[in-house]
Design a protein around this ligand. Sequence first.
Ligand code: ADP
Ligand code: MG
Length: 218
Amino acid sequence: MSTSTNQPERTPPERHIFNQVAPMDRSVRETAMNQRGCVLWLTGLSGSGKSTISRALEMSLVADGHVAFVLDGDEIRSGLNKDLGFSPQDRQENIRRISEIAKLFADCGVICITAFISPLKAHRKMARELIGNDRFFEVFLDADVSVCERRDPKGLYRKARAGKIPEFTGLTSGYEPPENPDICIDTASSTIEQSVWHLAHYIASKGFITLRVSDPEP
Ligand SMILES: Nc1ncnc2c1ncn2[C@@H]1O[C@H](COP(=O)(O)OP(=O)(O)O)[C@@H](O)[C@H]1O
Ligand SMILES: [Mg+2]
């Protein structure tokens, strides 16, 4: 029972894990929801448009009658992952936890849109392997660092240039662009509406949703 320090005894968790009851078949829930769960993994530099496009896509999908949910970098870093920093180990753990959560959402039948810089190929590969190749789509928001720096929606490039943010992706820390992304969008030349249209039609073409309202390409 409790130790002299009054802390509950920590037992290795595997001793108490019994998978006696089979989980519900995913397809049963997906049939009820009239959609199939998947993960759109947005990657790109700070300011490339990950948060903007994922929120606009979420809103558009929900308005069309689907269940979609965004996992966004800043929110996760100030909540679930607030114990993590930016060391290589912590960056990996950050992506691992996000991948596990995204996987759960996909298991629930939700269209999960993730908005994280995720600069390393190895980390994105880990996410793909964990979530499953058949329902993980890497979306590269390809905007040049000069475009992102001009946008600088959070003033982070300015701070990084002033030396206030060490290891800032795109300036003092590397970004490994995807070689074979499932989708690549140049957000310097595509509007937000075009990006949303493209992503919604992509998952519809793969059979994850059936669009009720299908507007022409903007
Ligand atoms: N075509 C576009 N696509 C996405 N964002 C754009 C576009 N044009 C301008 N922006 C602006 O660029 C900024 C992108 O910031 P944000 O979405 O926070 O990027 P990230 O989440 O990738 O760091 C926003 O202020 C957005 O309004
Ligand atoms: Mg963002």
